[in-house]
Design a protein around this ligand. Sequence first.
Ligand code: ADP
Length: 578
Amino acid sequence: MPMEPVAPMSEEEARAAADADSRQLLSAATVEEALTVLVEVARRLTRAHQATVVLTPAPGRTRGASVTSLSRAYEVWGGYAVPSAGGRARRERRAATRGAEPRGRLAVALPSNAGVLYLFDREVGDFSHEDEVALSRLARLAGLALESARLLREEQQARTEAEDAEHRAAFLSDASRLLASSSLDPKVTLDTLARLSVPVMADWCFVDIIDEGGAVQRTSVAHADARDAPLALRVREFPPGPEGSIHPTTRVARHAESLLVDDVDDAWLHRVSVSEAHYQTMREVGFHGIMSVPLVARGRSLGALTFLAVRPSRHYSQADLETAQDLARRAALFLDNARLYREARRSVLLRDEFLAVASHELKTPLTPLQLRLQWLRQQTPKDRPYLPTSLVLSQLDVVQRQVDKLSGLVHGLLDVSRMSSGRLSLHREDVDLEVLAREVKTRLALAASQAGSEVSLTTHGDVKGHWDRCRLEQVLTHLLANALKYGAGQPVRLELEDAGDDVVVRVEDAGIGIAREYQSHIFERFGRAVSERHYGGLGLGLYVTRQIVEAHGGTIQVASEPEKGSHFEVTLPRREST
Ligand code: ADP
């Protein structure tokens, strides 16, 4: 389509037009606007079909930008000379423009090496010297316009950054207030924290916590868009990965390393998804940015705090990551305090329970003891100096048994107090564990028959080692006595096995078993899994057992299921490690 003929202007008209152009150019508020005005004016001044500006890419400058303005006949040249145009795009364009190659060209550099203004294809004749002079003036003005637009942008950016920083600081202070004033129930607080983070910091926020058993649990999920509630259920139920998993937030929790990805794409989702369902869920959430930080307190990772960016305008920067890390540190401190508080309360409860059980246990032998002594006194009138020997002896037997029981209890307590202060010394000698086990079994024969349980002893291979005989006797006695006490009258198996440098002791019963949540506590001081009403005991036997085993460099483990029975396994290195 030919251009309209331009009527010649008077000098005054030309100056007025040039002034108007300058004003328009200099009043541009953005770089993009200045470029648009520039190409439009340049094209008009020179009567070219096309004008293009290519900006020099430079650090700190937004990007190499190109603006093209065309007469409609040359629309196919849109984006001409964009340096980053891909090979395929260029080829397609060349094919489309065959036969419309530009005829003349004029290039004028913008000041300060900012870029180049190109004009193509004059409507009438060639580009002239006057065109070049007019364009040089325009280019100088454009330099000024671009510079002022750039300054304006920097100022705006600085303002936005300051506002962002202010938002982050306000968010952190809100969150800190919440953490400081919240109840000690971590679940409630973490839920509130996640809700507080949305939408200030994220479109989605979730918290993953490493539980006591070492598994990662997703405890809180918050989302900005209320319509996402059904999806949130899936995100919440979606199990974080097991140990060694590629699951992103699980990795953050386990390795205590932060994660920041601001350009999440399909390839990334594929790389970190643990299953097709996981991949689909993440795709549905539709986030393009993720920031996940570990909850670390006293050098230990307690979980991860994760923020997702769905809104296109939300981008995560290093500054956001630092805010998130700061928040995570405070949240971890809170979690750690809550845990310490729970443990302190548990210790107090355990101690109270222990005192109740201990006084009961100590009192039990005292009653028969008192009764026998009373009886002996009554039976000893002043005029009959002697009682029949057999009678006295039988009473003394009872007295002796109760005194033994008491002294056993007191010894046990002393042992525990010695062990708690780390004073367990071993007297090692050569020990044949099979011989020792047989002795223990014989000593507990009465208890076994009272419990109605049969004890079988099996030995595989050589089970000799260099150990403290008395202490190992205690270990075998505790384990076997427990198996009889909690074994519900079922058979008990004691097995010894040669395992190279170690000897393994197994004690198995088919009794009441131990619920999973108690299994890690039973080796603690006063740790008990049964009510004191049904079973006596101070909850010290397994604590003492573990101390002895560990002093020998060994380990003790339990596998158990309620109503099915328990299986204790002790591994003892034959020799002291050097
Ligand atoms: P206690 O004197 O209470 O038996 P222990 O330290 O020996 O103390 O054991 C701690 C707790 O572990 C017990 O209170 C009991 O709940 C549980 N326990 C120990 N051995 C067994 C077993 N063989 N079967 C079931 N529970 C057991």
